[in-house]
Ligand binder design. Structure first.
Ligand code: GUN
Length: 293
């Protein structure tokens, strides 16, 4: 069993990005600038956004955090999004999700200029990804693909079973893995809450991607010997022994599944750190496109 170290991989990638930014600035090219909109005070969102701002500094990017209280109206938020669309200083931006219930998330996503949509959530970028055109790829799927690439995990002709059909993980990662190339060229099955014979299907998988958000859902009896398991789950489970009062729990029963695997990602330290890395890569790509380099 080999552990896939997302933390180390993400540190390596951030160093590569920082080196590229240093080259850009040495040539007098302005450094990439990411903005983030954070609405309200959700604990998870606060942490994610703080980590994104920290990663910008590590990559040599500029960052701007715009905070609003959760009583902001949809129209006010859309106006802020349009301002960022038009701001020439900003290369790309994200609106941290989830948003308060009175705001239509899809409307916000569709208001972001696709050329600044470094989250890759706009339907234009989702469409580009699904037909293999260049564009911003949703961060978590892109991070998973990068881990497979860097660990030389061949996906060609392999049976990949994705558990979960979300717009930001399940569907795009399935699209990417069925495209031509490596990573890619896989036979992909997408399972979800209405799948009837799930363990029977997952037992056929060479690679399992668990992205359903149910702690410990994938048990040892669902995994064949020698499989690779990618755990996307990051559920906060109360834990009085931790200072934070919680621990992050993956979708895989790691202790019992790991001994059967060829490769497995831990939680935390697997897919999670890669997600931010993809956002940094998308922001670098946005900056290069805007500067014509
Ligand atoms: N909430 C959970 N994951 C994400 C993400 O990747 N981007 C944004 N904007 N919000 C999220």
């Amino acid at each position: 069993m080999q552990l896939i170290d997302g933390k180390k991989t993400s540190t390596d990638i951030k160093q590569e990005i920082a080196a590229e930014v240093a080259e850009m600035t040495a040539k007098g090219i302005r450094r990439p600038h990411l903005a983030a909109i954070l609405v309200g005070h959700d604990g998870g969102s606060e942490t994610y956004v703080a980590n994104k701002v920290k990663s910008c500094a590590e990559c040599g990017f500029e960052s701007t955090l715009l905070r609003f209280e959760d009583d902001i109206t949809e129209e006010q938020l859309l106006a802020e999004v349009r301002k960022l669309n038009e701001n020439p200083e900003i290369d790309g931006f994200i609106v941290q999700l989830p948003l308060p219930k009175h705001i239509d998330e899809q409307r916000v996503i569709e208001t972001v200029d696709p050329d600044k949509d470094v989250d890759g959530f706009h339907p234009v970028n989702v469409g580009r990804l699904s037909i293999g055109l260049p564009g911003f790829k949703s961060a978590t799927p892109a991070g998973i693909i990068e881990l497979l690439r860097r660990y030389n995990i061949d996906t060609r002709g392999k049976h990949v079973v994705v558990i979960g059909r979300s717009n930001i993980v399940g569907k795009p990662v399935a699209s990417l893995l069925m495209q031509k190339g490596n990573p890619g060229d896989a036979t992909v099955t997408v399972c979800h809450s209405r799948t009837t014979n799930l363990p029977e299907i997952t037992r056929q998988a060479d690679i399992i991607i668990a992205a359903l958000g149910k702690p410990g859902f994938v048990t040892a009896d669902m995994v064949k010997d020698g499989a690779t398991v990618i755990d996307v789950g990051t559920t906060r489970v109360p834990d009085a022994t931790r200072k934070s009062g919680f621990r992050l729990c993956g979708d895989v029963d790691f202790e019992n599944v790991a001994p059967k695997c060829e490769f497995i990602t831990p939680v935390p330290g697997g897919v999670g750190p890669m997600t931010i890395c993809s956002l940094m890569l998308n922001t670098l790509q946005a900056a290069k496109q805007r500067r014509g380099c």
